[in-house]
Design a protein around this ligand. Structure first.
Ligand SMILES: C[S@@+](CC[C@H](N)C(=O)[O-])C[C@H]1O[C@@H](n2cnc3c(N)ncnc32)[C@H](O)[C@@H]1O
Length: 204
């Protein structure tokens, strides 16, 4: 693990810095009694450290695919808080890790448009298996409505995503709600966020 790296040497997302405060406002409202949250696709770990620091009642469990873990864990080490757990490996298409306590919330930001459709399906099956009844699933990212982009910038973004990986792309909200419903999850809130993103809150 590259524990000697400084914060300045670690991967950094300006988008995370920009969206963390508006997301926090809603997580605070939606997860007042959450105990154990799993984050899927933690990436740089900026969200993990920020939300764990501001939501001390939540045991925050970051995760990501194996190749992300060294840099992710390096940030968690540098910006630790008592409720922030060490990162674990989680690829949604592989068997999900066994967690020692019930997961009553799952959070994932900017992942479903990066994943292929098969991965998104695996994401929802895994969430359905892991989340306790009455638990929350909170998803941040861009979505299409009735097959339409919500902005020109999302249309451009989708083109660049598919140029890099034809299997990625902005997902239809209707399909996401259908996958969620198959796992017993109901959409409670769908809130407009900065930069043409949405924050979705499902309850199981
Ligand atoms: C654009 S990054 C978002 C990172 C962070 N959540 C954020 O908002 O900045 C996309 C993330 O999706 C994760 N991801 C992609 N495919 C995945 C898979 N099959 N299983 C788990 N995570 C995956 C990547 O590893 C990466 O961390």
């Amino acid at each position: 693990m590259p524990q000697s790296l400084t914060l300045q040497q670690l991967p950094f997302s300006q988008a995370c810095e920009n969206n963390q405060q508006p997301i926090l406002t809603l997580l605070t409202k939606w997860l007042p009694s959450c105990v154990h949250l799993l984050e899927i696709g933690s990436g740089t770990g900026q969200h993990s450290v920020y939300f764990a620091n501001h939501l001390p009642h939540i045991r925050w469990q970051p995760s990501d695919q194996r190749h992300y873990l060294p840099n992710l864990q390096a940030r968690l080490n540098l910006q630790a808080s008592p409720n922030l757990q060490p990162a674990i490996e989680l690829d949604v298409t592989q068997p999900w890790p066994q967690l020692t306590s019930n997961v009553d919330a799952i959070f994932s930001a900017n992942t479903l448009h990066i994943m292929s459709k098969t991965m998104v399906e695996a994401f929802f099956i895994g969430v359905g298996n892991l989340l306790v009844n009455a638990g929350s699933l909170v998803i941040y990212g861009p979505f299409n409505y009735q097959g339409q982009f919500t902005s020109d910038s999302n249309r451009q973004f989708n083109m660049s995503l598919q140029h890099n990986n034809p299997q990625s792309g902005i997902r239809d909200i209707e399909w996401i709600c259908q996958l969620a419903q198959q796992q017993g999850l109901t959409l409670r809130e769908d809130i407009a966020m900065p930069a043409n993103n949405r924050l979705l809150h499902f309850i199981k």
